[in-house]
Design a protein around this ligand. Sequence first.
Ligand SMILES: C[S@@+](CC[C@H](N)C(=O)[O-])C[C@H]1O[C@@H](n2cnc3c(N)ncnc32)[C@H](O)[C@@H]1O
Ligand code: SF4
Length: 418
Amino acid sequence: MFTITTDKKQPSSVHHLNRGVDLYIHIPFCKSKCDFCFYISVTGTSEEERFCYLKALEREISARWSAYEGKQVVVNSLYIGGGTPSILSLKQWEVLVMILTRFWDLRTIPEVTVECNPSSTTQEKLGFFKEIGVNRLSFGVQNVDDSVLAAMGREGTKDALPGLLESTRSAGINNINCDILFGLPGENTASVVQSVDVLVELSVPHISVYPFTLQAKAGFFMRMVCKNALLLPAYLRIAHYQEAINRLLEWEYLRIHTAHFGISYRYECIQHRNYWDGGEILGFGVSAQSFVDGCYLRNTEDLNGYVKNNDNILSISLSKKDQIRRWVFMGLTKKLRFHYEAMVDRFGLDSLTVVKEGLERMDREGMLSKKQNIVQLTDKGMEHSHLIPILYFRFENQNYLRYALRIPEAQLSKFPET
Ligand SMILES: C[S@@+](CC[C@H](N)C(=O)[O-])C[C@H]1O[C@@H](n2cnc3c(N)ncnc32)[C@H](O)[C@@H]1O
Ligand code: SF4
């Protein structure tokens, strides 16, 4: 029997904005498109096209931020992601910063992250980032075996890494994340372990380990098919991912979130934590996602449409019960765990009734472990985590699963709604 007890009497009914907001800006430009990548980005854009995009960003921010102005909302974090923000020239960065500082004082935001590709991160840009208030950088490394990357149309950056990290630190930015991606065609266990070891030996304080995910997005499958890329069988993808995790734990990195490892909790990414904790996030730019007042929003994924002011926004409103389901699901699968007291604090004493049946079933099936009201997935639970929102928590609004979580229709119809 899955039992949880609490001393909590009543939820603290805090207005949603009291927790502040987190901001995300999408920069959809890359030097070349990596075959494995499903993010919305384009290559070969002209100077003028990039400026037009920045203008469109300004228009969107101006329109949407006006609802917050004068309310003294605290901004917890700003994440400039992509695509590849580091590909913008210094001149384009200056324009972007001019736009952003119309609305926010970047220097007062506790966490300001920029996503960078090692090959477009120069010493000058690092100095500029420091100057404007950037205090966290996230580099895409993916794998240190350059032949694996070359087969996916990506430049290898292994040799450049030591110099890059040294320059980043000497520019005064020490909060550094590197992404590694496992399950790519052509990789083997040795390259997995080596990728972890290289980053650990370079004292990277935060490492994100992502399993290669296939997404039904325009262009994505075509790129894989045209390359005739032989996908690794699922068992090997899982084995490589597990190997990377084990290696990081052996090196005594802490597992901060499901895919995030750090030498200390000090390096936890504020934006990710807040988003997965059901916080308010405002995303600007093509394909950017937001979560505002119980509503999931996603901007158009069509770059031309976005620039032409086509305000095509996907909007999926979640009932209070679905918000509880979302919070528990994100807690288990993204944050690694959720605390029952925190759930009561946020959603009230009756929130357990919404997820109790699902949690009990997961418990019976060996997918959960519980220690002092902290609930987390077992290894078996991790392996089947994609089934949680379909099978165990039964969202009322199936559009959230279809469009926000992008769960294929075939999977949804396999488990019909009750
Ligand atoms: C939007 S990219 C930004 C990083 C930067 N553009 C670069 O590549 O150096 C963020 C991360 O998404 C991850 N990623 C890309 N494609 C993925 C996929 N198919 N499955 C899982 N993660 C993926 C990669 O690890 C990548 O570093
Ligand atoms: S992984 Fe980074 S560089 Fe490659 S296509 Fe995706 S966003 Fe661009």
